[in-house]
Design a protein around this ligand. Structure first.
Ligand code: FDA
Length: 394
């Protein structure tokens, strides 16, 4: 066993960042991953262009039972630190919207940045390496059993993410290891995930798959303004993914389409100015016809405006601007970008990421109960927690 060896399980965003920082600090670093490729989620992220951070990263962009836990690492390794790395590597990037920074090139460029740094620092990465068990000996060292044989170390970093997107190698391994060592794990749920409709909504909105609408979406005292996107199964799009992290089964979702316009006032004004115009023609100024048909199912829109009472116009406007539904569920971990909940942050030092009860055992990245909003915040958490842990490993 090498006293100076740190083993990181998980060659994802957090694990690779941690490997770089630990190696810079003079540690020998070995990264083990059961997948056949490092950083698979980086490769598929941001629609293939990796939304690698967000210019407006703040602790308030993260959900956790302890909202203070993430503050220290986010302050010690900021979005500007990662941007500096990207600039140093000469990689071009752009802001898409809302501070979301994307690579101009494929996501591979961001992954290669990390792998090149690992390579230059002598970090060893072993892929196709499945860990079957971990033991801690009385001399404080860890013994790992794997399909490649045994490994020993004094610092063991769990960077295995969590259950979202199992096709990319995601597992609950990190949570199981936490429990094995007596650490609690908070309730977990899929986050940043599309909603599914029940039979009634499915029938009403059939045929709208692929339609996207600017909306404000609200639930549980939270609201987000972005697009919603109809799918074959229900509703997705950035606004929906964001609110899904706050949704609990049975909660009502409220959607206001066209949030910049008071549609009821707009209809009333048109009624005054052009009373002979048909209401459908006013709605067509704002929405495609098939959207109007689906939202206003069973409403008669083919009469001149003057034939409608104000209360009728309000009912029509509310169909778009006070649309309420209860999702039948979500598309689950299979389609979730993140896992909400995880290793209880009360068990972990926010400075070093070491488990308070288990010397030498560290947890970083998505495996922890820290989940970012959509828009580059989750990678920023992976970079920040990975970096701070790597610097702190003894
Ligand atoms: P991550 O999951 O990246 O890495 C864990 C590693 O551990 C994997 O390589 C896995 O193979 C390995 N592993 C798991 N179990 C193991 C075991 N038992 N033994 C050995 N190895 C094991 N975020 C963002 O900020 N911007 C974006 O653009 C996107 N886009 C995006 C798209 C999609 C489709 C998804 C699913 C997710 C995103 N995200 C995102 C979220 C982001 O990918 C996520 O938060 C980070 O990858 C988390 O980094 P970690 O290193 O913690 O886990």
């Amino acid at each position: 066993m090498s006293d100076n060896l740190a083993i990181i399980i998980g060659a994802g965003a957090a694990g690779l960042m941690c490997a770089i920082s630990a190696a810079e600090n003079g540690k020998n670093v070995l990264v083990l991953d059961h997948a056949n490729k490092a950083g698979k989620k980086i490769l598929i992220s941001g629609g293939g262009r990796c939304n690698f951070t967000n210019m407006y990263t703040e602790p308030s962009n993260y959900l956790s039972a302890n909202p203070h836990f993430c503050k220290s690492a986010l302050k010690r390794y900021t979005q500007w630190d990662f941007i500096a790395e990207v600039d140093k590597a000469g990689l071009p990037w752009h802001e898409k919207k809302l501070g979301q920074l994307f690579s101009d090139n494929k996501s591979e460029a961001i992954l290669n940045l990390l792998l090149d740094r690992c390579d230059a620092l002598g970090v060893e990465i072993k892929l196709n390496c499945a860990i079957s068990s971990i033991k801690k000996h009385s001399d404080e060292s860890f013994e790992l059993n794997s399909n490649n044989g045994k490994y020993h170390c004094t610092s063991l970093i769990i960077a295995t993410g969590a259950m979202s997107f199992p096709t990319m190698g995601a597992t609950d391994f990190g949570h199981r290891i936490a429990r094995q060592f007596g650490l609690s794990v908070t309730h977990t749920n899929p986050g940043l995930v599309p909603f599914t409709f029940d039979a009634k909504e499915k029938q009403q909105f059939e045929g709208l798959s692929g339609v996207s609408l600017d909306s404000e979406i609200s639930c549980a005292n939270q609201s987000f303004r972005e697009n919603i996107l109809f799918t074959h199964k229900g509703l997705s799009g950035p606004a929906v993914l964001q609110i899904s992290s706050y949704w609990q089964a049975g909660n009502t979702i409220t959607v206001k389409c066209l949030p910049d316009i008071d549609l009821c006032e707009d209809l009333k004004q048109h009624q005054q100015v052009s009373p002979n115009k048909h209401v459908i023609n006013i709605l067509k100024l704002h929405f495609p016809e098939r959207v109007i048909e689906r939202f206003c199912i069973n409403m008669d829109l083919n009469k001149p405006l003057q034939q409608y009472k104000h209360s009728d116009l309000e009912t029509i406007a509310n169909a778009f601007q006070k649309w309420q539904f209860i999702p039948s569920g979500t598309e689950g971990y299979k389609k979730a970008e993140v896992t909400l909940g995880g290793v209880d942050t009360d068990e972990i030092s926010s400075k070093t990421f070491e488990a308070k009860k288990v010397k030498g055992l560290y947890f970083i990245g998505e495996v922890l109960d820290v989940t970012g909003h959509l828009g580059g915040f989750n990678f920023q958490w992976a970079w920040a927690s990975g970096h701070c842990c790597g610097k702190a490993i003894q």
